[in-house]
Write a protein that binds this ligand. Structure first.
Ligand code: NDP
Length: 263
């Protein structure tokens, strides 16, 4: 039996084991998917091999460490330096990123989106911002601290910290911070966030499985909104296709993975 896992800190909230095991079970694949609580991203590679994993997903805060842990990084992950999926190819770790395409899948019903504000500047923000640039969507980034903004400035993206943010109208505001994941924080102070939410058309949160303060605010202002469940599904389908060696159609995987959302 092949073993797969998700690495993160925290990781207890992750629905990935349910999603991937639903695919394995329903497509009769002899494999199992578990979760690993990993504090130190530098231990990712050794832990992966110690557990004799065939593949893994990586969530907060280890996606940049996962990039460093790989022997080879392919496709979009190579461009952005952020890995959320690792495959064991004959003892070599090969990294991919499926988050950004998962998010594009999630916002497909919101079109047209031409102007996006991304809250946060971590691994998820890097993936999404690069994808938005590829899709020719105008994008700005607002983050709590300025340290991580240099990466986005080098891409030509307009960036703000809480102290430099000015009021503007955006088609979509997406929260990629972990504010609201295991606390009740807003991604920015309310006096900055509320006028932005009031003026935008759609709000999306990368966090799933709970109504975050950000989504509560969006609903309060009667905005169309969604949590990170569709993004989770999108990235999961693409990761599963890699785990299964592209032996199944994505649509087939999606059908089986969606069943886990009813559990
Ligand atoms: P990172 O650790 O790489 O980045 C976290 C970001 O959040 C940083 O910009 C950080 O700001 C900011 N932040 C953290 N705490 C706060 C706070 N209290 N207030 C304001 N800003 C804060 O995380 P990831 O990018 O990997 O993940 C971010 C979120 O996206 C997580 O909640 C994760 O669960 C979710 N996610 C969901 C997916 C899905 O499929 N639905 C896929 C991927 C991620 P600073 O730079 O100042 O520290």
């Amino acid at each position: 039996m092949k073993l797969f896992a998700i690495f993160g800190d925290p990781v207890a909230h992750s629905r990935s084991p349910l999603m991937h095991n639903s695919v394995f079970k329903n497509l009769h694949v002899n494999a199992c998917y578990t979760r690993v609580h990993l504090h130190d991203g530098a231990c990712l590679r050794d832990t992966f091999f110690a557990l004799e994993l065939s593949g893994a997903n990586i969530t907060i805060p280890h996606k940049e460490a996962a990039f460093k842990a790989c022997d080879e990084v392919r496709g979009f992950a190579k461009k952005i330096g952020v890995v959320n999926t690792i495959i064991n190819e004959n003892g070599r770790l090969v990294g991919y990123n499926t988050d950004a395409d998962g998010f594009i899948y999630a916002i497909a019903s919101f079109q047209p989106i031409q102007n996006i504000l991304v809250l946060g500047a971590g691994g998820t923000a890097k993936a999404l911002v690069n994808k938005f640039i590829d899709e020719k969507i105008e994008v700005s980034v607002l983050n709590r601290s300025k340290e991580r903004l240099g990466y986005f400035q080098a891409l030509g993206v307009t960036t703000y910290t809480w102290s430099s943010m000015t009021w503007q109208q955006f088609d979509l505001i997406v929260n990629t911070t972990s504010a609201g994941l295991s606390n009740n924080d807003y991604p920015t102070p309310l006096e900055i966030l509320e006028p932005l939410v009031q003026a935008c058309n759609v709000c999306a949160d990368a966090i799933y499985g709970k109504v975050t303060p950000f989504l509560t605010l969006a609903r309060h202002h009667h905005k169309t909104s969604k949590d990170g469940a569709d993004m989770l599904l999108g990235q999961g389908v693409l990761a599963s296709a890699l785990f299964l060696g592209n032996k199944f159609e994505n649509q087939q995987i999606e059908t089986e993975m969606k069943k886990s959302f009813l559990l």
